[in-house]
Design a protein around this ligand. Structure first.
Ligand code: HEC
Ligand code: HEC
Length: 230
């Protein structure tokens, strides 16, 4: 099975499993059409950690561990706020912030950050890049088969932004934008999925993938992703 076929199969499985939840998914797609201009003002509360345009600086990341959210797929941004609000995902800095965001403001805030562009990082460890590139674009072969990240996270890590062109409702597995993200954030999330500490991925998609990557693979693919320009 090629990666493309696997992805198609996963998408089918995902859309089958959500036919019952079409109402909720419909609401999510409606909320995606936020107003970026209104969102910019509402996002002031996020700027101290994530940056005014969603590009948290390297120094801020080192101190606060707040990821870049510039260019994020808006539906994923809203989903993440809901995950934090509901306690499905917890973080000492972010959980209280999510509690403070009103439901009605989420779509606008998401539209603002989605309209910005993530700025790529310069590789800190160039020797990892080739190995990371291979995993991102080709995945891993036997025995621990891993689907290529590009199949879901897209060219240059832009995320699954174009789902609306092929689907009426957002897929259950809506892959976020990860290109240009801080390498440390990418590797921390992969390690959290691998350990089962982060379980926000529908259908175990990322827990399964991260579980088949060893620590060296994780550092390499994180380094590579951090240099991508979405
Ligand atoms: C006090 C610092 C701080 C503030 C202010 C803050 N965040 Fe965060 N945010 C974080 C940290 C730290 C994380 C990483 C959490 C983790 O590692 O699980 C995060 C994660 C996120 C994520 C998940 C990103 C992803 O790629 O999965 C989103 C979305 C987010 N924040 C949105 C917001 C929004 C919107 C605001 C403003 C309303 C905001 N944050 C304000 C610190 C902050
Ligand atoms: C079948 C589709 C699929 C494939 C293949 C895939 N991902 Fe994901 N990925 C997702 C989805 C969906 C999420 C969001 C899950 C969630 O909400 O917790 C995600 C989330 C992530 C996150 C967390 C992002 C954030 O902002 O918090 C990282 C990091 C990540 N993936 C890296 C990878 C890497 C590296 C690979 C390749 C080794 C990969 N993914 C392959 C679908 C996929």
């Amino acid at each position: 099975m090629t990666t493309q076929q696997l992805f198609a199969a996963l998408l089918c499985a995902a859309s089958l499993s959500i036919t019952g939840a079409a109402g909720a998914a419909g609401a999510a797609s409606k909320s995606a059409a936020g107003n970026a201009e209104a969102g910019q003002a509402k996002a002031a509360a996020c700027a101290g950690c994530h940056g005014a345009d969603g590009n948290s600086l390297a120094e801020i990341y080192a101190a606060l561990k707040a990821p870049k959210i510039a260019g994020q797929v808006p539906e994923y941004l809203v989903k993440s706020l809901h995950d934090f609000k509901a306690g499905r995902r917890t973080n000492d800095s972010m959980s209280p912030q999510a509690q403070a965001v009103a439901e009605i403001d989420m779509a606008d805030i998401a539209a603002w950050f989605a309209s910005q562009k993530a700025k790529p990082n310069v590789a800190a460890n160039k020797t990892l890049l080739a190995a990371g590139e291979k995993i991102y674009n080709k995945g891993k072969g036997r025995p621990d088969v891993v689907a290529a990240c590009i199949g879901c996270h897209g060219l240059n890590g832009v995320g699954n932004r174009d789902w609306a062109k092929i689907m009426a409702v957002p897929p259950v597995i809506l892959a976020p934008a990860i290109g240009g993200q801080h390498a440390g954030y990418i590797s921390d999330q992969l390690l959290a999925y691998k350990a089962g500490k982060r379980a926000t991925d529908n259908g175990h998609v990322m827990r399964d993938i991260a579980g088949r990557l060893d620590e060296k693979d994780i550092l390499a693919v994180a380094e590579y992703i951090s240099t991508l320009k979405p």
